[in-house]
Design a protein around this ligand. Structure first.
Ligand code: MG
Length: 379
């Protein structure tokens, strides 16, 4: 099945305030219209895309996006005029499918495109729609009357048609329609609604951009990975602190804080995943505040930063490198203290240990080294 798309981005869209029309404002890392453009571009059935932009921005968009597959079209004053211009520009046959979509609805995905294609096997037109959840009232002067909402739907886009049918429906009249489905309604065609999606809600008001950014946040972020490495030398003492746990030993670890080499390493792995520097940047050794500090403070700080940036820790893997003390007997307890501090399931935390076969500084028992990897996923 050959599919074409028209993205209508020619509106003034001034209700969303900000800089210029809403469809060109940034949502996450890219302008609003680009979310829809990429959804169509990456769908294998979509052959050609007409992006209809305001006529005074034509040159800019033509230089940025024009290609074999993407046609930049100067739109008209009314939405229906812009849609007509888009239809005219496509190299489509009457039995091809065309999807007409508002640039101000950024949450389009391949599943929705495919579902609309399937639905057209049995209809002249198809569109996503959601039932109304709020009570509806009609305000008439001073009187308010309830309206039953049972059969009422919010219809979204993309709206899908056979090219020949929508072109004919729009050609036979100079009327302007509230949406493209209305043209098929007027011509008596068969329409089917598919389950809509809140992510396809229209960005109209100033708050909508923020709300949509939250909904789509997981899509603006990619998983991230970080690694850490740290070494502390042995000094006088009767225990070492590893993963917040005091392990009896004939020596202690030297450090400005409690010298918890395992948690320092993990802190660095999380900061590394966020590209936010290292533990020394956040807690300078020159700062007296951190003298003798518990390393739980450092690790918690890094995990809070990850959370604030929109991430959850998927898993982490710590390797301790030393001859003594033996880590094995404490390994499970170390996983537990780490999981508890980070509020993660035990299955997300791995603690391993190795020796270096008596080679190097760890082999000579001069200190403990640790390395860690950590994966962050959008929450
Ligand atoms: Mg350290």
């Amino acid at each position: 099945m050959v599919v074409h798309a028209i993205i209508v981005a020619a509106g003034k869209g001034l209700r969303a305030a900000g800089d210029g029309p809403k469809q060109f404002q940034l949502l996450g890392s890219k302008p609003l219209y680009q979310w829809s453009l990429e959804a169509f571009e990456t769908h294998p059935a979509v052959q050609q895309i007409a992006l209809v932009v305001p006529s005074d921005r034509y040159e800019y968009f033509a230089s940025k996006h024009q290609s074999e597959r993407i046609k930049i079209i100067a739109g008209g004053r009314k939405r229906t005029t812009s849609v007509r211009a888009g239809l005219k520009a496509l190299d489509a046959r009457s039995n091809h499918i065309v999807m007409i979509h508002d640039a101000a609805r950024p949450g389009l995905d391949a599943t929705m495109i495919s579902s609309l294609i399937d639905t057209l096997s049995d209809a002249d037109a198809a569109a996503p729609a959601l039932p109304l959840a709020d009570a509806l009232k009609r305000l008439d002067g001073d009187s308010i009357r309830s309206i039953t909402r049972d059969d009422l739907y919010r219809v979204q886009t993309p709206q899908a048609f056979y090219y020949g049918k929508i072109q004919a429906a729009l050609e036979t009249t100079s009327e302007s329609f509230v949406d493209d489905l209305a043209a098929i309604e007027a011509s008596g065609g068969k329409i089917r609604l598919v389950q809509g999606d809140e992510r396809l809600s229209k960005v109209t008001w100033p708050d909508d951009l923020n709300r949509m950014e939250k909904i789509l946040r997981s899509e603006t972020l990619s998983p991230r990975i970080g690694t850490g490495f740290d070494v502390h030398a042995f000094g006088p003492g009767d225990h070492v602190t590893l993963c917040g746990l005091k392990v009896a030993h004939s020596k202690g670890l030297i450090g400005h804080s409690d010298a918890d080499v395992a948690w320092h390493t993990l802190t660095d792995a999380i900061l590394g995943a966020l590209a936010l520097g290292d533990i020394g940047d956040h807690f300078p050794p020159s700062d007296k505040n951190w003298k003798g500090a518990e390393s739980s403070l450092f690790l918690k700080h890094a995990s809070d930063l990850a959370y604030q940036a929109g991430y959850l820790i998927a898993n982490c893997d710590i390797t301790l490198i030393c001859e003594q003390p033996k880590i094995g007997p404490h390994r499970e307890a170390m996983r537990e203290t780490t999981a508890r501090l980070l509020a993660l399931p035990l299955s997300s935390i791995s603690v391993k240990a190795t020796t270096t076969e008596r080679l190097g500084f760890t082999g000579r028992g001069e200190g403990i080294a640790a390395q860690a990897a950590c994966m962050l996923v959008p929450k």
